[in-house]
Design a protein. Structure first.
Length: 206
């Protein structure tokens, strides 16, 4: 027992020399607190290299009445140009599908009408992108606006072609229906040449 007392006293003295834990340092002054983490020279250099600086040269400050101060990039119009480009590519693909689609069946004509509606919607979105780019005071709207008008005009011309095919298909079906009704008509009801006075013996009014 007497041999363990010096050993216990040495352990307590060593524990007193160690830095206090964070819970014990919570109420102490800042100069009395210690932090024993040393990342080393190499790690400290990496941390210093990864640090970044934020400047507001390419941004604008907006004082919103509800949300307070908002920092917006001056080049956010580029995102809308990219979106307009994606919409244009999708619209061109739809127009190519409409041009290659046969128009000799009703199902294809119905699908063509639906795709024309989708193409018109995409053209409207491209036009709205051009309007937003104009409001952001960027000159890229000069290129986006004609693209939207061109895709809308192309979709309208394709829609007129589908409509003409639809009318011709309807007329063709009506002619077939007339031929079918003529073949099944009672032969006694067919018209004959002449006037009622040509057959006095069969005149039911005498």
């Amino acid at each position: 027992m007497t041999k363990t007392l010096p050993l216990l006293a040495a352990c307590l003295a060593l524990a007193a020399l160690l830095p206090a834990p964070a819970a014990a340092q919570l109420g102490s002054r800042a100069e009395e607190q210690s932090f024993d983490y040393d990342p080393g020279t190499e790690a400290a250099g990496k941390v210093q290299k990864s640090s970044t600086e934020v400047t507001f040269e390419d941004a604008e400050m907006v004082n919103h009445p509800v949300y307070g101060t908002i920092v917006l990039s001056k080049y956010r119009w580029k995102n809308w140009v990219t979106r307009a480009l994606y919409l244009t590519l999708i619209n061109i693909a739809l127009l190519a599908i409409l041009l290659s689609m046969p128009r000799n069946e009703e199902v294809n004509i119905v699908v063509g009408y639906a795709l024309c509606g989708v193409s018109a919607t995409l053209s409207l979105w491209i036009f709205l992108c051009a309007v937003l780019i104009y409001k952001l005071k960027a000159m890229a709207w000069i290129y986006v606006l004609p693209v939207s008008l061109f895709t809308w005009a192309a979709g309208y011309l394709i829609l007129m072609r589908i409509k003409r095919s639809d009318i011709s298909l309807t007329e063709l079906k009506e002619s077939f229906q007339k031929m079918n009704t003529a073949s099944t008509e009672d032969p006694r009801l067919t018209s004959v040449q002449g006037t009622p006075g040509d057959w006095p013996g069969e005149d039911f009014l005498r």
